[in-house]
Design a protein around this ligand. Structure first.
Ligand SMILES: *Cc1c(COP(=O)(O)O)cnc(C)c1O
Length: 560
């Protein structure tokens, strides 16, 4: 009998499928995507394909230092026109060639990745067509395309595509802004005219584990962050502490205080914590009934990073047709079960430009019940600028923006049609397998503590200790975590931080382009109900070009 494959290995069926996918959609190959054979595209890609470290690219570019000097000193619009002659100003080529190179396998910074070939082509077409989605008259067929993408994502989530709606907007931050705003306008309707401090008392609820946009948006809306925002405690796995949520919600309702919005997160940026939605929905229903509250909290889910897990909702985990490896399958299955609850949200954030492999920016706020948008409508008097009789066909009165570009719509639509569910499944599984292999290798390395190992997301972060001093990284981390009872906490953490930071700097950005971040983990809560943050190093494995061999090379020099 042949022995079972090692749990972290890539299985043959998966390897050949992901290989075909890389060739078809991530190769910048002009024979598959003729756009890339045109001179400016071909030139830029040829330079970016050279194996030159980031720091040496200016020196290698033809006349690079002079170009840089010209760029830095450019401060006036040229007086005369420049004739095209089939060429674009070399300064533009220089800037494009030397912008961040996502097409190298070492690019594992943050939740960002090289876009797919169809995503790029779609974005180019969107630019060429140049619709303005503010009004159907300025967009025509692009409006239909936007609706088609929204219906596809609704169906994939398990929503009724005829009932749902959505808005492409400027990034996940704005999607979350819509999430807050929907709750505020539905539950505090007077706020539109009189502001938030008029009328009923309220509290907005989010999670301590949420992305910073969860907070900055509230400040933007004029919400008192100190007194009118409740940030729910998080568990050791960084998801929302349900007991704390119940306590806080009960306290609000007991006092007759409106909770316009609860902001959840499915897939936190660094640790891929996935909040539950169904229990929050049930809790709201139960407490609203008990306290006779009619203004039910609007549940918005920030799924900016995590949303592609919806491509697994119909995956046959028992048959596992893609041959996803054993160590990835269990975590993926668990996270998929959580994403099954996304359909209980009232709205959620989708960033196609993250795990959707679409160029920047392409974000969509999805809304389960299109009637909710009515709550955002402003008085039509404000819109006298547009022709009256076409206004009714659009979200014009409900959107935050006026001009709304169609590039993100075309890019997302093209990517979805070309990659299909299976392509997205492969890309997600590939990221998870690669991240899983990284965590596996880290766990075998002296001096390494893998953070949030149970979350099984595309990101992996760790703390690095001096193996000469720290024999047991887990025990060391336990001391750092227990801020309340570790007497020499500050000295110990400072010493460990110093070691890790120095190792990171010694290594330089060679091997994987990891990041050293201030908040990779947190301690337990202290006597004041606060936690401290702990720095660490992180890598996010969304890049389809990153292979196990790059990870092996990184691990070999991890201590610098
Ligand atoms: C990236 C991110 C955001 C913000 O999205 P942008 O598109 O960068 O504005 C919000 N929430 C989470 C969880 C994110 O990872």
């Amino acid at each position: 009998m042949t022995p079972p494959p090692p749990p972290h290995a890539i299985r043959p069926g998966f390897e050949s499928a992901i290989h075909r996918l890389r060739e078809a959609f991530f190769s910048r190959n002009p024979s598959r995507w003729p756009l890339y054979s045109l001179p400016p595209f071909a030139d830029i890609l040829a330079f970016r394909a050279l194996p030159i470290p980031s720091s040496e690219r200016v020196a290698h570019y033809p006349d690079g230092p002079a170009m840089l000097a010209r760029l830095r000193s450019l401060d006036a619009v040229p007086a005369a026109s420049r004739q095209p002659d089939g060429e674009i100003d070399p300064l533009i080529l220089f800037a494009a060639a030397l912008s961040k190179n996502w097409e190298v396998p070492y690019s594992v910074e943050n939740v960002a990745t090289m876009p797919s070939d169809p995503g790029i082509l779609g974005a180019v077409l969107g630019t060429l067509a140049n619709p303005n989605l503010v009004h159907p008259e300025y967009a025509e067929m692009a409006v239909e395309l936007e609706h088609a993408v929204i219906r596809q994502i609704a169906t994939q989530t398990g929503w009724d595509p005829a009932m749902a709606t959505g808005i492409f907007t400027q990034g996940g931050t704005f999607c979350n802004l819509y999430g807050y705003l929907l709750g505020i306008r539905k539950n505090l309707p007077l706020a539109r005219e009189y502001g938030l401090e008029h009328g009923l008392d309220y509290r907005i609820i989010n999670s301590q584990g949420g992305h910073y946009s969860n907070t900055t948006n509230l400040s933007l809306l004029g919400v008192n962050l100190r007194r009118k925002t409740i940030r729910i405690r998080i568990t050791d796995d960084n998801d929302m502490d349900m007991a704390d949520l119940e306590r806080q919600l009960r306290a609000c309702f007991q006092l007759g205080c409106v909770v316009p919005t609860i902001m959840l997160t499915m897939g936190t940026t660094d640790t891929f914590a996935v909040d539950q939605v169904k229990p929050v929905r049930d809790l709201c229903d139960r407490l609203c009934a008990q306290y006779e509250i009619t203004a039910k909290p609007h549940l918005h889910v920030d799924a900016a990073v995590g949303w592609p897990l919806i491509f697994f909702l119909d995956y046959n985990f028992d048959r596992n047709p893609l041959e996803i490896n054993e160590s990835t399958l269990a975590g993926l299955r668990r996270n998929t079960e959580r994403f099954r609850e996304l359909r209980h949200a009232d709205s959620f954030t989708v960033d196609f430009h993250k795990w959707g492999y679409v160029p920047y920016t392409s974000s969509l706020v999805m809304i389960r019940d299109r009637k909710d948008l009515a709550a955002l409508e402003h008085d039509p008097e404000n819109f006298s600028y547009f022709e009256k009789d076409t206004e009714g066909q659009t979200h014009l009165h409900s959107t935050i923006e006026c001009s709304r570009g169609g590039v993100g719509v075309f890019a997302a639509a093209t990517s979805l049609l070309h990659l299909g569910v299976e392509g997205h499944q492969l890309l997600v599984a590939n990221a998870l397998q690669t991240a899983g292999y990284f965590r596996h290798r880290l766990a075998q390395t002296p001096g390494v503590m893998v953070l949030a190992p149970a979350n099984h997301g595309p990101s992996a972060s760790f703390r690095l200790y001096d193996p000469a001093i720290v024999a047991d990284p887990e025990a060391e981390f336990a001391l750092e975590y227990d801020v309340l009872n570790t007497p020499d906490w500050s000295v110990r953490v400072a010493r460990n931080n110093q070691y890790h930071r120095q190792a990171f700097l010694r290594r330089g950005k060679r091997g994987l382009y990891t990041n050293y971040v201030a908040s990779a983990a947190h301690t337990d809560y202290d006597a004041h109900d606060r936690y401290r943050i702990l720095p660490g190093e992180k890598a996010v494995f969304m890049n389809p070009l990153t292979r196990f061999e790059h990870i092996d090379a990184f691990i070999a020099t991890i201590h610098g």
